[in-house]
Design a protein around this ligand. Structure first.
Ligand code: TYD
Length: 222
């Protein structure tokens, strides 16, 4: 049975420009009159924010890959139950800053846990919930890391635990996204994330609006 709402996730490696593009997308959808909710992973709930701080604390370098994976899913299970499912049931468009594909890419490919383990956990933690549409902001890992470095200089706290990973890690994460895109091209749309903010946003809209109009959520001329 089709859901009442519509579930969009936005993915990509650290430094791909996701936060800016998500903000613009949520603003545009709201301006088009769609009831839109922004959800965030890891985090998104009070419990999730506490889990997030454990995950990203640079002092926690001893976290085992499996512990890391389970913590991301602990945050996600809470987010799904408390925020995402209720919003979808109420007919809202949910734009989620990362979802299970991030665990496949980062823990499955990046940490080498494999995608099968992640899929099994997904079924346990999220049931059959998966995004209707995923926008993968694709950028060269070296360019993305340069952006993370620029961002870092404007922050007092320095890089978080995940951002401190080496280029090889992000190359594997990107391979993970590329493989998922190849396997599920209908759901996972690749958006080239190089260029100006407005160029990238044009591509985000070009990927998202046809999918929304197919569902009858926006008019074709939008
Ligand atoms: P995010 O908040 O999206 O970071 P940013 O906005 O700085 O890009 O995600 C935090 C980090 O957690 C990021 O490095 C990606 C990582 N992550 C995983 O490794 N697995 C996951 O399942 C999720 C949701 C995030």
């Amino acid at each position: 049975m089709p859901r009442a709402g519509y579930f969009i996730s936005v993915e990509g490696i650290d430094g791909c420009g996701k936060t800016t593009q998500i903000r613009l997308l949520v603003e545009r959808l709201a301006a088009m009159g769609l009831p839109t909710l922004l959800a965030q992973e890891p985090g998104g709930t009070a419990i999730g924010r506490r889990i997030r701080s454990v995950l990203l604390d640079a002092r926690n370098h001893g976290i085992e890959p499996m512990t890391e994976l389970l913590l991301f899913f602990a945050s996600r299970a809470q987010n799904v139950a408390e925020v995402i499912r209720p919003a979808l049931d109420a007919g809202q468009v949910v734009v989620c800053d990362r979802f299970t594909d991030a665990s496949v890419a980062y823990q499955g490919y990046g940490r080498g846990l494999g995608s099968a383990a992640v899929q099994q956990l997904s079924e346990v933690a999220c049931g059959d919930l998966q995004p209707d549409l995923t926008l993968w902001l694709d950028i060269e890992p070296a360019a993305a890391l340069a952006r993370v470095g620029e961002r870092e200089s404007g922050r007092s706290a320095g890089r978080d635990r995940m951002e401190s990973e080496a280029l090889e890690f992000f190359l594997r994460v990107r391979d993970g996204y590329a493989q998922m895109h190849a396997d599920q091209p209908q759901r996972i749309r690749r958006v080239v994330a190089e260029g100006s903010v407005s160029e990238v946003f044009g591509r985000v809209l070009a990927a998202a609006l046809p999918a929304l109009s197919e569902r009858g959520l926006v008019a074709r001329s939008d």
